[in-house]
Structure formats: structure tokens, C-alpha cells
Design a protein around this ligand. Structure first.
Ligand code: GLC
Ligand code: CA
Length: 551
């Protein structure tokens, strides 16, 4: 591939930062983040200098008109902005302001389901003869009067994936809440309608889409029962994560996700995107099976540009766990496909909380940051991660999410004021404890802060061909406690990344396959200065990660 083509593939080179609009910045004091708030904070993300974070693109979670049963993932109008977030003009201003800073903007496309208030569903539900009846998945009761099959909602509190509609005497499918009816992707009109939605935003200038539950759009047209789970048999790390999820559901999701036709739909999405320049799609492919995940890249660049790897996110804090996922995935991905790793989003507990064991969560989060930003991948960061935000304590009377995800959605912490600089009003979720210390203003000029570490890592990555595009090779025979790998751009640069996952210091052994000397480029330990080092015997502190340039 020629370099020019390669240079157009910004989604491989860049770091992508997820913004949950409700929680990022509130411009009008109503306690809810909005588009104008995001625009006003773009300099934090990238002002063109290393004083800013230096990300290349943002992914905005949904800001469309919505009854907010699932905080915007229940879309009532795909081509407008919810008044609480602003207007289409605010969106255009955000897009222009971002682009003028070299920040690309990708938005959340939610094609699997709409809100039950979407006019399409209102019409579909109205009568069995409605022209939109077949746009959703309607089915008769079983002979015993029960739902059409045993499929379950992904949200345990929602129970079954079917709701009976009294008016028309049939059930409709909802993979999530009853307020989120699934579209029927077997219907060609649905496919055409979603093409139009994509073009609406692409014409406006968005750089791509994050595709919500990309693995779920197609399901068994015969609506067969999912088989009951048989546990056991899997002993790999991915198998472990999968088993946990299966145990929660009790069913093997053979028929309601990852149905082969989904690849046809994604090829169609790709075709729509390819009519424009430099646009991309990253899929939320929540399949805890690396083999299946790898298929979402298609063959010959005809499906997703990137697929979020949830197996990686689900690993326990063990170096061999991450190493085996990365190594296995590297071997499974089609040639030319590119991984997308991340350690947090709006559906998962934050890293410093999730991996904390007796107070070491923050130290581990620093190592995790180095890992995500030095692996061969497009790293995705979640707002607040760059300052080391932990999960917020959300008292029971303030709980608003159906699935326990409020703690990872608390307001962005900009400063130590009562509203954390997020709002002058009462925030929709309480500001997390610790915001007094953990905030952008307090960390900006502190070289030991998490923010300084993220800035160093991101700007280093921007300048490093090996990190952005180089090859990856793990060094599995190193000291225990370490995950170590080489990133190499032949003839240009060779980097060793060594991450100490343990609470004990480790010494790098002398190895005949590596040069004896190097240059320490980065450490998660702020007291450690860059400079020449000899590799053999190099001390790596407890929960320390280092990047060494091999000379
Ligand atoms: C995805 C979103 C999640 C949402 C669900 C239903 O998993 O990330 O937040 O609840 O889809 O749209
Ligand atoms: Ca607001």
C-alpha cells in the first residue's frame, strides 16, 4: 500500500477519546453536559501543543432526541440533537471547532434498536397491517401463551427480551430495555433507512461512527430458543470471561447475536462509508471470543475498520492474561486488520477502581495507561481516565441507570470547585469523592500527576513510528510479574516496553537477543528521569512500566 493511502488511515495512527456528553461539561448550569460544553473544552483534548492531551479524535456517545430510558441509547430521532444537549447548529459548531484543532469526530450509531417513542415504532405498533409493522421483530405467543422464545435482555433487571403488546396481541423483541425495540434488519427498508441516517451525518462532516452492539443486528429469522449453557471446557482467559457472562445469562447466545447475516449488514455500512473520504467505523463487538471478533474486520477491508476488543478489557490484573489475549489476537487477525484496545467505557467500572487491591489501583492504572498507549492498536480512552478518575460513589437515592453503570458516568472533574468545574448547578450524578485532588486544574502542572503521564505517553506515541505503526512481539520468557514486548519499525526505531504488574521490584535479565544498552524514554514512575541505561540488570520498580529505546 502506498504511503499516501496509509496516511489517510488516521484511525490506525490516532488515539480516540470517548466523551459521554451528559457528563463532560455543562455550559448552561442545568447539571447536564451538552455540546456547547464540549466545544468549550476542546483545548484540553488537543490545542496542538504537549500542554494538552494530544488525542486525535473524539467519539461522542448519543446526543439524539431520546426519552433517556437508556440515557440516549434509546433514539427517538436519528437525525437531530436532544434539546438538553443543544441543537444541530451546536453540533456543527462543535464539529468545526474540533476539525480546526485537527480533532476528528465520530458519533454513536445505534442501529440495533430505536426508542419505543421513535415514530417508526409508534407506527409499527399501531396495527398488524401498518406499513412499518415489519420494521421491528414481532411474533406470536407460544401455544402455552408465553413469549416466542427464551431470549433474554442484556440487562438482567429487564428479564426477557420480549414484551407483549396488548393492542395488537403480539410480542416485540428488545435485546435491551422494553423501551428499546429491536429493528428488523431482514427488512430491506430498514437497511435503506439506516443508510440515509449515515449519509445525513457523513454529509455534515462527521469522520465516522461507533456502532452500538454491532454484533447483534442480525438474529435467527426462525427465532429459535438459545440452548442452555454447558459450562466448562474453556480454560483460556477469553474462555473464563465468556463463562462468567454466560453464567449470568444461563443461555448460550447462539441465535440472538453474531448471526452470519450481520457481516452482510456491515459490508453495506462499509460501502456507504467508502463513498466518502477518510471515514471509519468502529464496532462495539461485545463477543468474548477472539476468533469471532476477528471476523468483524471482514476480508479485504470490507467490514469494520476497527472492532473494540472486550476480551482485553475483561482480563484480571495478571501480565500473562493480557499477554495471551494480545498474542492470540495478533495471530488471529486478518493481515492488515488493526486491533482496538481500551480499558474503560461508559458500561464498565473504571480502571483505578476495578484493579484496586489494598490501595494500589492508581499505580496499576498508570501501568495500564502505558500498556494501552504502547500496544499495536488504536487506543481508546474514556473521559476522566487521563486524570485517574475512580468510580463515583452513587448513593441509592441517586441511582438512575438500569444496569448499575452510574459510578463510571459521574461528572468530569475539571477543578476543585463544588461542581468540579463541570457545572455551576446540581450535577445529574454526584461528583465523585476525591475530585478535590483528582482534577484537570490540580494535575495540569504537576509532573507526577496522571494527566502528565497521559500527556507524556500520548505525545511520545505521536512522535514514534514504532509505537504508531511498528510490529509487536511479546517476550514471554522474561521475569515473572512482567509483561514485556518489542515494538519495532525496522531500520528506524526499536522499543522495549516492560510492564511490572507485581508489587515487587524486578530486574531485567541479560539476554543475548537484545542489545546490552538502551535509552530510558518513559517511566510510569515520575521520579525516574529519561537517560541512557544498561539493559541487563535494569531495575523495574513495583507497579512500574518503562519504555526503553534499544540502541
Ligand atoms: C451498548 C451501549 C450501552 C447501551 C446498549 C444498548 O452496549 O454501550 O450503553 O446500554 O448498547 O444500546
Ligand atoms: Ca447543560
Amino acid at each position: 500500500m502506498d504511503l499516501q493511502h496509509r496516511d489517510r488511515e488516521w484511525w490506525r495512527d490516532g488515539v480516540i477519546y470517548q466523551i459521554y456528553p451528559r457528563s463532560f461539561a455543562d455550559s448552561n448550569g442545568d447539571g447536564i453536559g451538552d455540546l456547547a460544553g464540549i466545544t468549550a473544552r476542546l483545548d484540553h483534548l488537543n490545542d496542538g501543543t504537549p500542554a494538552s492531551l494530544g488525542i486525535d479524535a473524539v467519539w461522542l456517545s448519543p446526543f439524539y432526541p431520546s426519552p433517556m430510558a437508556d440515557f440516549g441509547y434509546d433514539v427517538a430521532d436519528y437525525t437531530d440533537v436532544h434539546p438538553i444537549f443543544g441543537t444541530l447548529a451546536d453540533f456543527d459548531r462543535l464539529l468545526t471547532a474540533a476539525h480546526s484543532r485537527g480533532i476528528r469526530v465520530i458519533i454513536d450509531l445505534v442501529p440495533n434498536h430505536t426508542s419505543d417513542r421513535h415514530p417508526w415504532f409508534v407506527e409499527s405498533r399501531f396495527s398488524r397491517d401498518s406499513p412499518k409493522r415489519d420494521w421491528y421483530v414481532w411474533a406470536d405467543s407460544k401455544p402455552d401463551g408465553g413469549p416466542p422464545n427464551n431470549w433474554m435482555s442484556a440487562f438482567p433487571p429487564a428479564g426477557r427480551a420480549w414484551t407483549f403488546d396488548q393492542g395488537t396481541g403480539q410480542w416485540y423483541l428488545h435485546s435491551f430495555l422494553p423501551e428499546q425495540p429491536d429493528l428488523n434488519w431482514w427488512n430491506p427498508e430498514v437497511r435503506r433507512a439506516m443508510d440515509e441516517v449515515m449519509r445525513f451525518w457523513l454529509d455534515r462532516g462527521v469522520d465516522g461512527f461507533r456502532i452500538d452492539v454491532a454484533h447483534r443486528m442480525a438474529k435467527d429469522p426462525e427465532l429459535r430458543d438459545n440452548p442452555l449453557v454447558e459450562l466448562g471446557g474453556d480454560d483460556d482467559a477469553a474462555g473464563e470471561a465468556r463463562a462468567i457472562r454466560l453464567a449470568r445469562l444461563g443461555l448460550d447466545q447462539l441465535y440472538d447475536e453474531d448471526w452470519p447475516e450481520v457481516h452482510q449488514i456491515l459490508r453495506r455500512f462499509r460501502h456507504t462509508l467508502d463513498a466518502y473520504q477518510q471515514r471509519m467505523a468502529v464496532g462495539e463487538v461485545y463477543l468474548l471470543d477472539l476468533r469471532k471478533l476477528a471476523r468483524y474486520y471482514g476480508s479485504g477491508r470490507d467490514e469494520l475498520h476497527l472492532a473494540h476488543n472486550f476480551v482485553f478489557l475483561h482480563q484480571p490484573w495478571k501480565p500473562e492474561a493480557f499477554r495471551s489475549v494480545v498474542d492470540e489476537y495478533e495471530s488471529l487477525l486478518p493481515a492488515d486488520a488493526w486491533p482496538a484496545y481500551f480499558l474503560g467505557n461508559h458500561d464498565h467500572p473504571r480502571v483505578p477502581s476495578r484493579y484496586d487491591e489494598a490501595g494500589n489501583g492508581m499505580a496499576r492504572a498508570r501501568v495500564a495507561a502505558m500498556m494501552v498507549l504502547t500496544l499495536r492498536c488504536t487506543p481508546f480512552l474514556y473521559y476522566g481516565e487521563e486524570i485517574g478518575m475512580s468510580d463515583g460513589g452513587v448513593p441509592s437515592e441517586r441511582v438512575v441507570d438500569v444496569d448499575g453503570r452510574d459510578p463510571e458516568r459521574t461528572p468530569m472533574q475539571w477543578d476543585s470547585s463544588p461542581g468540579a468545574g463541570f457545572t455551576t448547578g446540581e450535577p445529574w450524578l454526584p461528583v465523585a469523592p476525591g475530585a478535590q485532588r483528582v482534577n484537570v486544574a490540580a494535575e495540569r502542572d504537576d509532573p507526577a500527576s496522571m494527566l502528565s503521564l497521559y500527556r507524556r505517553l500520548i505525545w511520545y506515541r505521536r512522535g514514534s513510528v514504532a509505537l504508531r505503526r511498528g510490529s509487536y512481539r511479546s517476550l514471554p520468557d522474561g521475569p515473572t510479574g512482567l509483561y514485556a514486548y518489542l515494538r519495532e519499525a525496522p531500520g528506524v526505531e526499536r522499543l522495549l516496553v516492560a510492564l511490572n504488574f507485581s508489587g515487587d521490584p524486578v530486574e531485567w535479565p541479560s539476554r543475548s537477543d537484545l542489545p546490552p544498552d538502551g535509552h530510558l524514554e518513559l517511566s510510569t514512575d515520575p521520579s525516574r528521569r529519561p537517560g541512557p541505561v544498561s539493559l541487563a540488570g535494569l531495575a523495574i520498580g513495583p507497579e512500574e512500566g518503562v519504555v526503553v529505546r534499544l540502541t
